[in-house]
Structures are given as structure tokens and as C-alpha cells.
Design a protein around this ligand. Structure first.
Ligand code: ADP
Ligand code: MG
Length: 256
């Protein structure tokens, strides 16, 4: 994935002296992520991480710049052309609870997106696949018939992950995927994500406001501040020798 000079602004509907106010959520960001690599995206809340994620996945249009996936420009693709990309690039949110229907069992939640993307030839096949997916994320087959409210936060995130890998994506964007979980559960889910990466050869963009979490996952680190790149490079190197004050503060904020 190649991100080239991407900027995204939001314009408020309120006018000040006849002008709409501009919020520059992302300012001129460029980077590349290579296959099977994890790029960690870190920065304080509100610095533009989620906006960048949404622009990459084409949920929102960039104000400026281009994005290339496997050498092909994806900015400006038509809706129809976006279909296969929507399968290849998946987003895992902070809390999958909001995307799970309260009155549908977990099994249905897993089978639904498979049906949409023509994965599996029959209901029976999709059901088998759903059970395999449950096992793959560490949940036994009985979870197929459970409802979202019967699950813990960590278990719900496992379901979110199972739904994502059902799509057989190539690039997975994790946006604060463990931020709502207790520390011990965070570690379990991060380890699961790393295992899946090995098994399926995923490429990750791993977004978090928490540098400790991002450092654990990332090969390459992008430190973002106020919509722009503060520092980018090898994750261990930046962590050992941060150049910018902003990065130093993020490191100091990590509890020892
Ligand atoms: P982060 O994910 O790093 O916390 P966001 O990308 O959510 O940051 O937000 C970056 C900035 O863009 C913030 O100032 C936020 O208020 C603003 N913003 C995000 N989404 C919208 C939107 N849909 N409309 C207007 N402003 C937005
Ligand atoms: Mg965010």
C-alpha cells in the first residue's frame, strides 16, 4: 500500500464571516506498507488516525493525494470497482458490539458477510466455516448460538476478528482494536492478531493512541501529531532513539 501526500479536511456547516471553518484532520501524509509488514500508527486522541484509516479504506474521500494498492491507484475508484477492494482491505473497530445485531446469534453475524461476499457455496458450508472461524479465534462451537450480550468484551472482539478473517482479506486495519479491553485481555487479543498474521500472511496497519500496544505489534512506526507525520521509521529504532519531543513524551507516558 502506498499513501502519497494524503490530506483530509472537514468543513463545518457553520460559517464564520462567510467562510466555512476547515478542520485539517490529515495533512500531507505519505508512507508505504509492504506485504506481511505491520505499520503502527500512533498519536494522541484527535490527531487524525481514524480519519487516515477511513480514507485508506475509501470510506471517505481524500481532500488531496493518492493511494495505491498493489500498484493500482484506488483513490477515485467507482463504487462498483471498490467491491473487490472492500474484501481485500478490512477494518477492525474498537468495539464490535455496535456492529453486532442484539437479537441475532453470533453464528448469523459470522455467516452474513460471507453471504454478501459469496464466500461458501451453501448455508451448510458457511455454517461449517463459521464454526472453524470460532475455533480459530479461541471460542468453542457453542458460541455459534450465543447472543452478543452474553459475551465479554474480549470475546466480542474475537467475534469481530473472526468476521474479518472470514473475508480472507490481505490488508487489515486495526483501529484501537484492543483499547476498550482490560490489559490482560488486550495481550491475549494482540497475540491472537499476531498468530493470525503469521497464519494468513496479513499486512496490518495497527492504529492506537497507546504506544506500548503499537510497539508490541509494529515493524514500522508512524508517529502522528495534529494530522501530520512527526516521525516515521523502524519501530524499535524510534522507540530506542526518538528524535522528536512528541515521541519522547509518548514513550514517557508508558507505565514501566
Ligand atoms: P483520532 O482517531 O486520532 O482520535 P480522528 O481521525 O478521529 O482522530 O479525528 C481527527 C480530527 O478530525 C479531530 O479534530 C476530529 O474532531 C475531526 N473529525 C473527525 N471526523 C470528523 C467528521 N466526520 N466531521 C468533522 N470533523 C471530524
Ligand atoms: Mg480514532
Amino acid at each position: 500500500l502506498k499513501v502519497q501526500n494524503i490530506a483530509k479536511s472537514y468543513f463545518s456547516t457553520v460559517r464564520f464571516f462567510g467562510e466555512k471553518q476547515e478542520v485539517k484532520a490529515v495533512r500531507n501524509i505519505s508512507f508505504e506498507v509492504f506485504e506481511s509488514e505491520t505499520l503502527g500508527l500512533v498519536g494522541e486522541s484527535g490527531c487524525g488516525k481514524s480519519t487516515l484509516g477511513r480514507v485508506i479504506i475509501q470510506l471517505e474521500k481524500a481532500t488531496k493525494g493518492s493511494i495505491f494498492y498493489k500498484g493500482k491507484e484506488i483513490t477515485g475508484l467507482k463504487r462498483k470497482e471498490l467491491r473487490s477492494l472492500r474484501k481485500d482491505i478490512q477494518l477492525i473497530f474498537q468495539d464490535p458490539y455496535s456492529s453486532l445485531h442484539p437479537r441475532k446469534v453470533i453464528g448469523e453475524a459470522l455467516m452474513e458477510p460471507m453471504e454478501v461476499h459469496n464466500i461458501g457455496n451453501s448455508k451448510k458450508e458457511r455454517k461449517e466455516k463459521a464454526t472453524t472461524l470460532l475455533a480459530r479465534v479461541g471460542l468453542d462451537a457453542s458460541y455459534f448460538y450465543r447472543y452478543p450480550h452474553e459475551l465479554s468484551g474480549g470475546q466480542r472482539q474475537r467475534i469481530g476478528i473472526a468476521r474479518t478473517i472470514a473475508m480472507e482479506p490481505k490488508l487489515v486495519i486495526c483501529d484501537e482494536s484492543v483499547s476498550a479491553l482490560d490489559i490482560s485481555v488486550q495481550a491475549q487479543v494482540l497475540n491472537l492478531l499476531n498468530e493470525l498474521k503469521e497464519d494468513f500472511g496479513f499486512t496490518y496497519i495497527f492504529i492506537s493512541h497507546d504506544l506500548a500496544v503499537v510497539k508490541y505489534m509494529a515493524d514500522q512506526l508512524l508517529v502522528m501529531n495534529d494530522g501530520a507525520i512527526e516521525e516515521i521509521g523502524d519501530a524499535d529504532e524510534i522507540y530506542a532513539n526518538p528524535v522528536k519531543e512528541y515521541t519522547k513524551k509518548l514513550i514517557e507516558a508508558i507505565p514501566k
